[in-house]
Design a protein around this ligand. Structure first.
Ligand code: AOF
Ligand code: ZN
Length: 370
């Protein structure tokens, strides 16, 4: 016979797995998961739907129907307390007769912020909060970052040779990593709200930056950071803009003609120059993206943008693919100049997870505690 704590963790783990299905699909909302259980049987499973609604609890309650009466609901984030398109989830759970709610994490959204839990308690629903909180923080880290820091969670991807190069001197880069790694990149794009590149990469690679072959509902937003909007209108991003949204983040000295051309094509143009500064400041860039509702951004280079994000301490997660090929000092480095003199000044990351992927190495890193 398992004790309640172990049972709670088992079903919360299931809810966390369901919630993760919404990652990249639900911004500006969190990707929540919900499981409704009675007598050890799962009666309803739900997760936040593309675009952020319906909420996870709505989905799970609809599945469980009348059987929700007397059941326990496991939710990866405090049920909401505000009226949106539907009444608050806390109310819906109580009205369905759910006897107990187990939640992982308090919702930092000021419209909720403890009031969801309070409503449940007031309605006589038994409440256990904080189950698998650390795991739920990870699952909701994009949303938590948007609400608490005003900017999205930022993942930086680097796919390099053994010696940290991303192309030969002549610019040949297809392909350094194998097909398995490239497929994994598409899955990573899909779990983020947006893909971000610098103008140099957009010009050199003419990337489409879409997710292909995964059958997703909502393509990530494609973002180019380009101070002057130095982006040819012959590029795929321009000619095939209908495939997914394109946002261009630029500075005050942006080219007016290209500004008009991209706007006319349907791109969203965002001025990210703080106090009239000429350079794109990486923090202002991310704050603008947070204000636009993004919770998870996946940066795929190039070297200059990656170096400036690293230098500013804005990389929350680093994903590196390393291929077994050496390109030598004449190859193009994955990171541009960082202006570092001392090792102590260099951004340092600690290994979080290590996998082999086809013939390549996939490592995930988090900022090292200092
Ligand atoms: C839940 N379950 O599945 C999600 C929640 O714009 P609205 O009305 O959809 O509300 C968005 C807010 O609801 C969001 O900021 C967060 O506080 C909460 N998200 N809550 O009970 C869910 N996605
Ligand atoms: Zn809700």
């Amino acid at each position: 016979m398992q004790d309640t704590a172990a049972i709670d963790r088992r079903f919360m783990a299931m809810a966390l797995g369901l919630g993760a299905r919404g990652l990249g699909q639900v911004w500006p909302n969190p990707a929540v998961g919900c499981v409704i259980v009675k007598g050890g049987r799962v009666l309803g499973r739900g997760w936040t739907q593309p675009g952020g609604r319906p909420h996870a609890e709505t989905e799970a309650l609809a599945q469980a129907g009348d059987a929700a009466r007397g059941a326990t609901a496991y939710v990866t984030l405090e049920p909401c307390a505000h009226h949106g398109k539907t009444p608050p989830c806390a109310e819906a759970l109580a009205e369905a007769g759910v006897a107990r709610v187990v939640s992982a994490l308090t919702d930092p959204d000021p419209r909720v912020a403890g009031q969801g839990h309070a409503r449940l308690a007031a309605a006589g629903v038994a409440l256990t909060a904080g189950v698998m909180e650390a795991e739920a923080r990870r699952g909701n880290e994009g949303f938590l970052s948007r609400i608490n820091r005003g900017r999205p969670h930022l993942t930086l991807k680097l796919a390099t040779s053994l010696d940290g190069r991303i192309a030969t001197a002549t610019g040949e880069s297809q392909w350094i990593t194998g097909p398995e790694a490239r497929r994994a990149v598409h899955a990573m794009r899909a779990s983020h709200d947006a893909v971000l590149v610098g103008a140099g990469t957009a010009r050199a690679d003419d990337p489409s930056l879409t997710v292909r072959g995964l059958g997703i509902d909502r393509q990530p937003v494609r973002i180019v950071a380009s101070r002057r909007i130095d982006l040819p209108t012959e590029s795929r991003l321009f000619t095939r803009i209908e495939e997914a949204p394109v946002w261009i983040c630029h500075g005050p000295d942006a080219d007016a003609q290209r500004h008009a051309a991209w706007a006319g094509r349907g791109a969203r143009l965002i001025d990210v120059s703080p106090n009239g500064g000429r350079q794109i400041d990486p923090l202002s860039l991310l704050q603008a993206l947070g204000a636009a509702g993004l919770t998870r951004v996946f940066c795929e280079g190039g070297g200059a943008l990656a170096a400036s994000l690293l230098n500013a301490g804005l990389v929350d997660e680093l994903v590196t693919f390393t291929a077994g090929i050496g390109l030598g000092a004449e190859g193009q480095p994955g990171l541009g100049a960082m202006g570092l003199d001392r090792l102590a000044e260099a951004p340092r990351f600690a290994l979080d997870r290590l996998d082999r992927i086809g013939p390549d190495v996939l490592a995930r890193w988090r900022p090292a505690e200092r």
